[in-house]
Design a protein around this ligand. Structure first.
Ligand SMILES: NC(=O)c1ccc[n+]([C@@H]2O[C@H](COP(=O)([O-])OP(=O)(O)OC[C@H]3O[C@@H](n4cnc5c(N)ncnc54)[C@H](O)[C@@H]3O)[C@@H](O)[C@H]2O)c1
Length: 434
């Protein structure tokens, strides 16, 4: 099929490349000319494992093209809307201006009898509103489907090519068949294909993110109790996770969640529930958000404790500022927010990240960014592992002890082997671990 993808950021670029891989002809449209230029050359303007290869291969074959011009959608049969829905500047609600602008522009440029598929994460009720707008703009011909996206940054290619489920919200079951055709390969490989109404499809996405956020804040709350009682949260998580009703995944205590999705999605969900008069039902999410942000304060407090109370003038090596490993995304990154807080409290913060340094520097230009972990570690009074990149997990505690001024480490992701670091002479602190 001939598909367009509007918005080629983390979600859209991956989706466009994956659709080309499935055999479709795809044009990606983005408002940012630098992104379009880079993608057209087969380059990815952000880091996502495996994506550069996929984009290069399909731009070379001609099956995947990019354009700044929305007119490029004119001969496409289906249009995916993948633009951003960030947190609004003046409220916790979602800012839908990109979605509104994209759908308005699409309606003017697409063939009127084609199908628009929304993939952006939107507040419940948005699809119903957009459907009415689209139909008005196309004399009742255009159709709308909502198909939320569940990809994880760092695994985006794999998750898009082999998703664990495909959910589509429709107001006419026949539209589901068009989407099923696009995802024929995955469906034939056994991926569950769930057809539902708009509201349920929109809610599946935010409910899933709310559940994951709750799981993380739950184990972080347990880590505080473990700290207070001398218990060990890693063993606790393992023991409760063996109960298959609970499950082990997403139960690792640490500095909390961040990124371009979880924090803004739970806030937008609460804001939408408030608007609908059912805010009380999501009151627990306020606590989930608060507990999550508290982990950042806890990390700053632990840093001060490891430095005998004084951050001023202390040289702190920050290992990792991406919101998660295998990504260069620093949107609402707990690691970067901790680094910035330490700097504001007078520490000399030296930051290394294998991929996210440039994005972090744009967001917080006043920190000291270096090109290698070795440089960050040199003469450090405190080492803080804040994003669990493999290269940090693999650090040799004996060699690392020789590089720093004082062998004190805060393991913000509970990934180092505390015993071997202590044996090498380190003062080790994790989150809720002994
Ligand atoms: N990043 C993820 O892991 C992920 C996962 C699942 C869902 N989502 C959802 O997907 C959506 C996109 O997220 P993202 O992380 O890719 O955001 P992003 O900011 O990386 O990408 C958005 C892109 O849309 C472009 N854009 C904005 N307005 C446009 C317009 N009118 N016409 C054409 N292009 C336009 C921007 O230039 C940008 O390149 C959000 O709703 C997000 O919640 C993201």
């Amino acid at each position: 099929m001939r598909l367009s993808v509007i918005g080629t950021g983390y979600l859209g670029a991956t989706h466009a490349a994956a659709m080309a891989e499935l055999g479709h002809e795809v044009v990606g449209v983005d408002a940012d000319p630098r992104k379009v230029e880079a993608l057209s050359r087969g380059e990815v303007p952000f880091y996502e494992p495996g994506l550069a290869e996929l984009i290069a291969s399909h731009t070379a074959s001609g099956r995947l093209t990019f354009s700044e011009d929305i007119g490029a959608v004119a001969d496409c049969d289906v249009h995916f809307v993948c633009v951003g829905t960030p947190q609004a500047s003046a409220s916790p609600a979602a800012d839908l201006s990109q979605v509104d602008a994209a759908v308005e522009a699409l309606a003017k440029s697409m063939r009127p009898d084609t199908v628009v598929v929304g993939k952006s994460t939107v507040p419940v009720g948005t699809a119903q509103r957009l459907r009415a707008e689209l139909r008005e703009a196309t004399a009742g011909q255009a159709r709308l489907v909502w198909n939320p996206e569940f990809l994880r940054e760092g695994f985006a290619v794999e998750d898009t090519l082999r998703p664990d489920r495909i959910v589509v919200g429709v107001d006419d079951d026949r539209d589901a068949e068009v989407v099923a055709d696009i995802y024929r390969t995955q469906i034939s490989q056994g991926t569950p294909f769930l057809v539902t109404d708009y509201a349920t499809a929109e809610l599946v996405k935010v409910a899933a993110n709310s559940f994951l956020a709750t799981k993380i804040s739950f184990i972080n709350a347990m880590s505080e109790i473990c700290d207070a009682t001398g218990a060990d949260v890693t063993t606790l998580a393992h023991a409760i996770g063996l109960d298959e009703r609970i499950g082990r995944r997403f139960l690792r205590a640490g500095i909390g969640f961040g990124g371009g999705c979880l924090p803004k999605d739970i806030r937008a969900f609460m804001a939408r529930a408030d608007e609908m008069g059912v805010g009380e039902s999501l009151a627990f999410l306020r606590e989930v958000d608060r507990l999550n942000l508290q982990q950042r304060d806890t990390a700053v407090r632990m840093a001060a404790e490891l430095l005998d109370g004084s951050l001023t003038g202390a040289r702190i090596a920050i290992l990792g500022v991406a919101f998660k490993p295998d990504s260069d995304d620093v949107r609402d990154s707990p690691a970067l927010s901790i680094a910035a807080a330490l700097h504001l409290k007078g520490a000399e913060v030296v930051v290394h990240d294998p991929r996210a340094g440039a994005n972090a520097q744009r967001a917080y230009p006043t920190l000291n960014y270096v090109d290698s972990a070795d440089e960050a570690l040199r003469d450090a009074d405190l080492t803080m592992l804040l994003t669990e990149w493999q290269e940090y997990r693999d650090l040799d505690p004996t060699r690392t002890a020789e590089q720093v001024a004082r062998p004190a480490v805060f393991d913000g992701r509970n990934v180092l082997d505390a015993e071997s670091w202590r044996r090498a002479g380190w003062t080790y602190r994790g989150v809720g671990v002994r």
